[in-house]
Design a protein around this ligand. Structure first.
Ligand code: PHE
Length: 346
């Protein structure tokens, strides 16, 4: 009987080695040490054994049973590790792919031009001591309208056709000016920050209008901040972007959250005066801006009797279009690699 048990153990060891499925391992376990397994079957003969034999068989069969249980546990663990490794291998990202694409003459598209310009402007402002802030795309009425001095009844709400959520309280932000409020709420003057990001308007698209586009908001608040500071920072920004001094002009512009409000235009020349396809020559409307309205400062927790500030909102898509002579804003969002490739950095 002891021989039978030993040979059973030996055949178990042979059978478990090649298994590679969890279910097969569990079946094997049942067939050897389950209630109706072969070990139990052999041990049925124990009742006919002599007391001597029993003494030997008892401990050995227990030992074998334990060994089998341990072997099963180990095997299941091995299979699990193997499975994880296989998954990792299968989902691995081949970081050499980009190089091999390039070697084969295929060009990988670079950073999107809107993001290139965004990063460039962020760097310009960071170097002047501004912070770069982020804000949510889904906003509430307060941050998008009310706090910006645009009450429910104000006609300016019509200026910005809005994607509202079903609760009629939340919306996709129509401008990055929301970041002015969020920025003020979290800091004490003096402070200065920019806030780039996507904005959303429910409008018909055409060559100059998109439902999703990008703005970069800017704000500086402190004691005695005035229009002179605003013009200085705007001129510095433009000089850094265009790599030369830009001629600018301020016209009055109306936005409920600034007083006075301006449209800042730049003098723009076609890169090639003979190129008739190239648009824009003369004054180009580029940068709405102004001194922050006292109501807006108050809504952001800043005392307007003590502090003043300026704010501006730069249209990033517009800037890219002007810079690269792109005639249709919709090219920017189509995701056509042939378009994006032209701006490849790498
Ligand atoms: N938020 C305004 C818009 O989207 C732009 C703006 C920003 C104007 C800051 C003035 C000051 O049209």
């Amino acid at each position: 009987m002891l021989d039978k048990i030993e040979s059973l153990y030996a055949s178990f060891q042979n059978e478990i080695t090649p298994l590679d499925k969890q279910a097969d391992v569990l079946n094997l376990k049942a067939s050897y040490i389950g209630k109706k397994g072969s070990l139990a079957e052999v041990l049925k003969g124990l009742k006919d054994a002599t007391p001597e034999e029993r003494k030997a068989i008892g401990p050995r069969s227990n030992e074998i049973k334990k060994n089998i249980e341990q072997a099963i546990v180990d095997k299941l663990k091995d299979l699990e590790v193997k499975e994880i490794n296989e998954k990792l291998e299968k989902n691995k990202i081949d970081i050499s792919l980009r190089d091999s694409l390039m070697e084969n003459g295929l060009q990988a598209a670079g950073t999107h031009p809107v993001h290139q310009i965004q990063r460039k402007i962020e760097d310009i402002f960071l170097s002047m001591g501004f912070e770069v802030l982020d804000g949510p795309h889904v906003e509430d009425e307060f941050h998008n309208f009310e706090a910006l001095n645009i009450p429910e009844t104000h006609p300016a709400r019509d200026m910005q056709d809005t994607f509202w959520f079903a609760d009629k309280k939340h919306l996709l932000r129509t401008h990055t000016s929301t970041i002015q409020i969020r920025g003020m709420e979290e800091r004490k003057p003096p402070f200065a920050f920019v806030g780039p990001g996507k904005v959303f308007r429910c409008e018909r698209t055409d060559t100059t209008h998109e439902m999703v586009f990008h703005q970069l908001e800017g704000m500086m608040v402190g004691k005695g901040i005035n229009t002179g500071h605003l013009i200085y920072f705007m001129k510095t920004l433009l000089k850094e972007i265009f790599k030369k001094d830009m001629e600018v002009r301020l016209r009055p512009g109306y936005f409920p959250f600034v007083e006075p409000g301006f449209e800042l235009d730049i003098r723009w020349k076609k890169p090639d005066p003979k190129d008739e396809s190239a648009k824009h020559s003369g004054w180009l409307e580029l940068l709405p801006c102004g001194m922050v309205h006292p109501n807006v400062l108050r809504a952001g927790g800043v005392d307007p009797d003590e502090y003043t500030g300026f704010a501006f909102g730069l249209g990033l898509d517009r800037l890219v279009m002007v810079n690269y002579q792109i005639e249709d804003i919709r090219h920017l969002h189509r995701g056509d690699l042939r378009f994006n490739e032209q701006f490849s950095f790498f």
